[in-house]
Design a binder for this molecule. Structure first.
Ligand SMILES: [Zn+2]
Length: 251
């Protein structure tokens, strides 16, 4: 019998038979204090358990762990077109048209953004923290998909995953100054709050996607302490979540 493994899904992308998507949470059978259901290495958790957890997560997407493509994310704006699984250094966005490769983003507050073009059988995965967002990595990835792969904006769909939300995501004035005022929430006596998910939705709209093509997960990693990992909340005691998208063979 399969043990429970709570995952976040996209209702919008679930309507398409040729793509699968899931985001892990901190909940799962194989957890270890203080890390919970953790899918990140080198955090002080047992790496063997992390490997087993990644395998369980992959299995829920009908994948083996060796089918996953990971990025050594550096909060930059490098976009790679990939055709095989593995680990890609210095990368914060990947695009593929190959079925069976699970494009994966690892987060604990940053925004995972997944793109899907059903007509061209194409997916992309983007890691967008505040630095990547300031560099417009989501917009650049969407524009590359639209331009280079000849996708119509109305035929491109997006999932903006669970991440730090504007209710809790405090930033310093120097970070707030990097972003348009419409996505910075200011209240007297409080540090500015940043709407990182909203900024990435805006970037997708700037690239041309209609708003109805953008599915935004409303969960906040910082205050939903029983559901999501948060580095901002837990610091060195925080685990990591994976968000993975994969194309199925066309049928
Ligand atoms: Zn919150």
């Amino acid at each position: 019998m399969e043990t429970p493994l709570p995952l976040l899904r996209s209702a919008l992308l679930a309507q398409f038979p040729n793509v699968r998507l899931a985001q892990s949470t901190l909940q799962g059978e194989e957890t270890s204090a203080p890390f919970g259901f953790n899918l990140g290495y080198n955090l002080g958790d047992d790496d063997g358990r992390v490997t087993a957890n990644i395998a369980r997560f992959a299995e829920r997407l009908d994948l083996n762990p060796e089918d996953l493509a990971f990025m050594n994310q550096v909060h930059g704006a490098t976009i790679r077109e990939v055709s095989e699984p593995g680990v890609y250094d210095d990368t914060d966005a990947m695009i593929t048209t190959q079925a069976g490769i699970g494009l994966t983003v690892r987060t604990a507050d940053c925004v995972p953004v997944m793109l899907y073009a059903p007509g061209e059988h194409l997916i992309a995965a983007v890691h967008a923290g505040w630095r990547g967002t300031a560099e417009h990595i989501v917009q650049k990835t969407a524009e590359m998909v639209l331009g280079k792969y000849n996708v119509e904006p109305a035929s491109l769909y997006a999932y903006v995953g669970a991440a730090a939300a504007s209710c809790c995501y405090e930033v310093g004035d120097e970070v707030a100054a990097l972003f348009p005022e419409g996505w910075v929430i200011r209240e007297d006596g409080k540090a500015p709050h940043l709407d990182l998910k909203g900024l990435n939705v805006h970037q997708l709209e700037e690239a041309g996607l209609p708003i109805e093509n953008i599915d935004v997960d409303e969960h906040c990693s910082i205050h939903e302490r029983t559901l999501l990992h948060s580095y901002r909340r837990d610091g060195e005691r925080s685990g990591r979540m994976l968000t993975t998208i994969v194309l199925r063979e066309e049928f």
